[in-house]
Structures are given as structure tokens and as C-alpha cells.
Design a protein around this ligand. Structure first.
Ligand code: FRU
Length: 468
């Protein structure tokens, strides 16, 4: 499709779709979501020239995983985001099947995007190019074309470049699949973002002491936090265990140390990033004051996503809230960014038995809870959290089969911080040691009821809207 035709079609889709999305009771009040069509991965998250930019995989034309563009938001305060013109559209031969995920850096004062040009062929095969684009003086992005082809020994599944600066070089982690169909993360180096040297594989399935862990590791991100170098990635094809890795595709972290000279990453085991029903493809960046922030896609690429009721309103999926990462006792922890406290309205308290607690309006809610368990938190009969001494269990009915399905966080939860929006619940456990993120589609006004004989202490606020 020619660029001008695609742009005209997108404009029409937005004009027709946006009123439907915004009038949907499930459309978020304070999370980022597409005004029409399908959103998936966050891309190019960066603090640049005094502002934050967040790009995202967007198919504005329909709720389907096709024709991905880079949508673009900008924010001064990480709370209020303004729509920007679409940054990238799949209008070149080398990105014709989609401008896939990637990252952003500041190169000599210029906002520069590194993304995957995906090319699918009629026989079902594909190739991929890692490409550059630079912001021009009008605020748009000029494509500079491909800078990396599929390296030898890998299939066409090579994508999602995440680039950062370390000392005198640019480094990139890149998701790849080798010809034995094992997921890999490659490390590359460049001194100008245009010519890249592949330093080799730094992690993957059956490498570095890991068991078989999938056929593709999407969306890698690598950064230093505390004394560790963390690698976040999305291994596809990890075997589900009884209580872990239960989503169709996983998102996990590794902690270790990276030897840049040897391109060697010594790391520990895979750890699940989020124990909820929806979490995938997160990306991190540094804030102006040195915090490492993360935002993820609150979705998973699975067969059930199109059963979500928002599809009838011409939109699907949302981002997670922005989270600050920290490294605590060798563990990657996530907590909602402090900026979100500005959304709090009047503070309310409750202390007593769960059974005696008043129902709480859950539409837009922040709730801090302390208890020794056993308590049940029932979100509008649609999502049910059972808090027991050594386990949290989240139950939700499948939108397809109607059967109850479960997710688990194993450990002693002492303290929960729960953030709700119109169709999402994010549960932060023990100050971010664990997180469970899930979408749910309650009738509104949604109420949260607490059940159980245990004593609890609660502090809660309803949250202001800040998106629409
Ligand atoms: C992850 C992903 C990426 C890819 C993008 C395409 O959700 O599959 O690997 O770049 O989505 O939209």
C-alpha cells in the first residue's frame, strides 16, 4: 500500500474508531492504549531533550497482528502522554510486512530509531533487516535503511534490536533463532550505528546452564542495575510448569555479569518477570534522574486475545503502568513509578477482618494491603485473588471456554499494592518482589469485595483519569 493511501486509511480508521473506543467502559482511564486497532510492544522508550518518548507497535487499521507501524507518544511527566504523528510505516521493500519492534538512542543530539524491517514471502518464509531512522527538523522520522542483514546460521526470525551506549561503543542485543530452531540473544557492537560487528551469542535455550528454553527469544533488553547486568527476554516455547510459565509465551529475566571484551554473559537461571495472565515484550529506559523504568505490553500473543470484548469497540490491548526497577538480593523488583501517586484522590483506610470490610470501588483504584492471609479478593466476580500463607492464586474464566484458569505466585506475600484501571489489575507483591498483571472485563461500576476471617490493614485511593 502506498504511504499516502495507508495514511488516509489510518486517518479514517481513527476518526471512525476513536469514539467507539473512548466510549467503551473498558477503555483505560490512566493506562496507555490505542485509540483504535491493535497495540502490542512498547518500542523506543527514551528520555530525549527533556521529554520522554514512547513508541509502540500499532495496527491502526484492524484488531489483527498485521501491518505494524510505530505509533508515538510524548510526555514531560510520565503521566500525561500526547499523541504524535506515526513515526514509522511499513512502506519500503525492506519493511513491507511490518516495522517491528526496536529501540531509540540519542546519536549526536538526534533522536534515532533502530527497528526491524520484517519481510514475509508468499511461501510462508521471511527475512528481516535491522534498520535506522532519524528524526528530522519537522519532528517526523526519515528512514536511513537497513544496517544489518540476517547473520549466517540463523533463520529469518531475527528482530527487536535494543541498543545502548557503553564507553566508546554502541552495543545491541538482538533476538534470533538459529537453524536448529533454538532461541538466541546476540550481542553486536558498532562505533557509528551503521556498521555492526556480531560479537556472538550471549544467551539462549540450552546455553549457559539453561535447559531447553524455547525456539525464539523475542524482545531482549540488557542493562546494569546495582551490581548485576540483567537481561530481560521473551522466550517462546518454554515448557509450562505446574505453577510457572503458564502463558502461551513467557517473559523472563536473567541476572549476571557481562564481559564486553569477550562477549560473554555469565548468568543464573531464568526467572519469570510477571506471574499474571498478560505481560509481554517490556522495554526499559533511564530517566533524567537515573531510575531504570520499565513498561510492558499487557497482552500475550495467544489464540484467545481476539475474544476480548474490546474488539467489538475496535480496539485491543493496553500497556502496563510504568514501573521502576530495582535490584534487591539478586532479584529484579518492579514497583509503580512514584509519579503515579499524583493520580491519588482522597485517602481511605480500613483495619479489621476482611469479612467486615466495605466493598471498594475498583474502577480506578490503588490499594495497599497488609495481612498474614488467608483472604480472598473478588474483583467483580470476574477476577479472584486467593491470598494464602505461601501462595497467591489468581483465577479468571477463559473468554473462550468459560473454564476457570489460574496463575500463581509462590512465596509468603506480606504486603500487596494493587493498581486497577477499567479493565486491568496489577498486583505488586512485597514491594515488587513479584507482580501479577492481568486484564479483566467486568461490568461497571466494578466492585472489589474482601472475604476471610484474617485481619488486614488497607489504605486506598481512587485514581484520577489522566488519559482521556
Ligand atoms: C513481540 C513481537 C516482536 C515483534 C513484534 C511485532 O510481541 O512479536 O518480536 O517485533 O511483536 O509486532
Amino acid at each position: 500500500m502506498a504511504s499516502s493511501t495507508r495514511l488516509a486509511a489510518i486517518l479514517q480508521a481513527v476518526m471512525q474508531g476513536m469514539p467507539k473506543a473512548l466510549s467503551d467502559s473498558h477503555y483505560p482511564g490512566w493506562h496507555l492504549a490505542p485509540v483504535t486497532g491493535l497495540l502490542n510492544d512498547p518500542n523506543g522508550f527514551i528520555h530525549f531533550d527533556g521529554e520522554y518518548h514512547l513508541f509502540y507497535q500499532w495496527n491502526a487499521l484492524e484488531c489483527a497482528h498485521q501491518q505494524k507501524c510505530w505509533g508515538h507518544w510524548r510526555s514531560a511527566d510520565l503521566l500525561h502522554w500526547q499523541h504524535q504523528p506515526i513515526a514509522l510505516m511499513p512502506d519500503e521493500e525492506y519493511d513491507r510486512s511490518g516495522c517491528y519492534s526496536g529501540s531509540a538512542v540519542e546519536d549526536n543530539g538526534v533522536l534515532t530509531l533502530i527497528y526491524t524491517g520484517n519481510v514475509k514471502f508468499d511461501d510462508g518464509s521471511r527475512t528481516a533487516w535491522q534498520c535506522l531512522a532519524q528524526q528530522n527538523s519537522a519532528g517526523g522520522f526519515d528512514k536511513l535503511g537497513p544496517v544489518i542483514a540476517v547473520p549466517e546460521g540463523y533463520t529469518g526470525h531475527v528482530r527487536d534490536p535494543k541498543v545502548w551506549r557503553h564507553e566508546d561503543y554502541w552495543y545491541m542485543v538482538l533476538a534470533a533463532q538459529n537453524t536448529q530452531l533454538q532461541g538466541r540473544v546476540l550481542l553486536l557492537r558498532s562505533d557509528n550505528l551503521r556498521e555492526w560487528q556480531n560479537l556472538g551469542e550471549i544467551a539462549g535455550s540450552e546455553l549457559g546452564g539453561l535447559d531447553a528454553a524455547g525456539y525464539m527469544w523475542e524482545c531482549p533488553d540488557m542493562f546494569m542495575l546495582g551490581d548485576s547486568t540483567y537481561l530481560i527476554c521473551c522466550p517462546q516455547g518454554v515448557m509450562p510448569e505446574e505453577k510457572r510459565y503458564l502463558n502461551s509465551h513467557a517473559c523472563a529475566w536473567l541476572s549476571g555479569s557481562l564481559d564486553y571484551q569477550q562477549a560473554a554473559y555469565l548468568h543464573g537461571p531464568l526467572n519469570e518477570m510477571d506471574a499474571g495472565f498478560e505481560f509481554y515484550a517490556p522495554q526499559t529506559t533511564l530517566t533524567a534522574d537515573g531510575r531504570r523504568l520499565l513498561v510492558g505490553w499487557m497482552g500475550t500473543p495467544d489464540g484467545e486475545e481476539m475474544a476480548q470484548p474490546t474488539v467489538a469497540h475496535h480496539w485491543i490491548h493496553q500497556m502496563t503502568c510504568l514501573r521502576e526497577l530495582s535490584s534487591r538480593n539478586g532479584r529484579l523488583c518492579q514497583q509503580p513509578i512514584a509519579e503515579l501517586q499524583a493520580l491519588r484522590e482522597r485517602e481511605l483506610h480500613y483495619q479489621g477482618r476482611a469479612d467486615d470490610a466495605p466493598p471498594i470501588a475498583a474502577q480506578r483504584l490503588e490499594l495497599e494491603l497488609e495481612s498474614l492471609g488467608d483472604i480472598e479478593l473478588n474483583f467483580a466476580d470476574t477476577l479472584i485473588l486467593t491470598w494464602q500463607q505461601n501462595e497467591l492464586r489468581l483465577a479468571r474464566r477463559s473468554l473462550v471456554s468459560g473454564q476457570w484458569t489460574y496463575r500463581y505466585w509462590t512465596g509468603a506475600a506480606r504486603r500487596l499494592q494493587i493498581l486497577c484501571d477499567h479493565s486491568s489489575v496489577e498486583i505488586f507483591i512485597n514491594d515488587g518482589e513479584g507482580v501479577m498483571s492481568s486484564r479483566y472485563f467486568p461490568d461497571h461500576p466494578a466492585m472489589l469485595t474482601l472475604r476471610g476471617r484474617a485481619e488486614l490493614q488497607a489504605r486506598y485511593w481512587s485514581l484520577r483519569r489522566c488519559m482521556v
